[in-house]
Ligand binder design. Structure first.
Ligand code: 13P
Ligand code: SF4
Length: 328
């Protein structure tokens, strides 16, 4: 049993009712450039609030993939990490796709290199590869179907019964889906460097300070954190859970950018950033590479842009298309 020895001050976001700041000069510049370029700005829930506030759509990986596919603007500016912007290009190849910082990668995506997956498939030809969307276009091109944290259960339930599933690259999401669906699967040994820093003890200690708060965790967290959470879900579903639940306080066990979205949509509740053992919050260093200045500059210069060989794009599109159809 944990005792409350917090070596940090918790980050508490109290109800935000009527406290929206006016747009800054740079944000206004972004809005003007967006109009001039006829661009659509898609932003992940983990982006800085300054970016979320000028985006046309803020959401999880699944919502963003749908929005990218249907975008009819002249260009897509993707504020997220590289694999997300790459997915936008795969589903909507005729549009330029801008990513404010090309170095915004993902440790989870990096944990499954395409050549290693190709070697595994060669040695295990009957394997059916379900790939979490947090992977490169190369890995997607070798996969049978893609899933996100928002639709993983639905997707796995539709995989033919006679196939052995290999789930890549997140062992934590894979373990959670396997437990929920009862479907055995081999798990690629990858993980998100940020989500695995949340521990059962770090959450239990914070719970002692906020006993009425419900714990909402992302499935990329380790099993002991997931098992002790009141809800485990994708970032999008966190919005519905916190809105529809009677509770007034929630401990959000994922990247803290999520709390900006929660505050905007549920301004009358309190959100507390999930802590690690040593720190009050746990930002993803890759998500935070995009800044409002870089967003403005990429709209000005129309760079950097996502590019990939057409052959890889077409091969990567097939499992994404399957996902988009299966998850309707
Ligand atoms: P969501 O699809 O739930 O937003 O998750 C994306 C992600 O990168 C989590 O770390
Ligand atoms: Fe990747 Fe983890 Fe950052 Fe999500 S939070 S983008 S999985 S490194």
């Amino acid at each position: 049993m944990a005792t409350e020895t917090l070596n940090y001050e918790p980050i508490v976001f109290t109800p935000k009712l009527g406290r929206e700041e006016p747009l800054t000069t740079i944000q206004k510049e972004v809005m003007a450039l967006k109009k001039e370029r006829n661009a659509v700005i898609l932003a992940h829930n983990y982006q800085y609030d300054s970016i979320q506030r000028v985006a046309d759509y803020v959401g999880d990986s699944l919502g963003l993939a749908y929005r990218a596919e249907e975008a009819d603007a002249d260009c897509i500016v993707f504020c997220g990490v590289h694999f997300m912007a790459e997915t936008a290009k795969i589903v909507n190849p005729s549009k330029p796709v801008l990513l404010p910082d090309m170095d915004a990668g993902c440790s989870l995506s990096d944990s499954c290199p395409a050549d290693k997956l190709a070697a595994y498939k060669k040695a295990n030809p009957n394997v059916y590869v379900v790939a979490y969307i947090n992977c490169s276009a190369g890995v997607k091109s070798l996969s049978d179907v893609i899933c996100t944290s928002g639709n993983a259960m639905k997707i796995v339930a539709q995989v033919p019964e006679d196939r052995d599933i290999l789930f890549v690259p997140d062992q934590n999401l894979g373990q959670w889906v396997s437990k929920q669906t009862g479907r055995p699967m081999k798990l690629w040994p990858g993980s998100c460097y940020a989500h695995v820093l949340f521990t059962q003890q770090s959450i239990e200690r914070l719970k002692l300070r906020f006993p009425k708060a419900l714990v909402v965790a992302h499935p990329e967290c380790v099993e002991t954190v997931r098992d002790n959470a009141d809800e485990v879900c994708s970032t999008e579903k966190m919005v519905y859970f916190c809105r529809d639940n009677q509770a007034e306080q929630f401990i959000i066990v994922t990247e803290p950018g999520m709390i900006h979205r929660l505050q905007r949509e549920i301004p009358d509740k309190t959100f507390i950033a999930g802590p690690t053992d040593t720190c009050a919050c746990n930002e993803c260093r890759f998500m935070k590479m995009n800044t409002i200045e870089k967003l403005r500059d990429c709209l000005k210069t129309m760079s950097p842009q996502i590019d990939m060989p057409e052959e890889i794009r077409q091969k990567a599109y097939a499992p994404i298309k399957r996902m988009l159809e299966w998850s309707k």
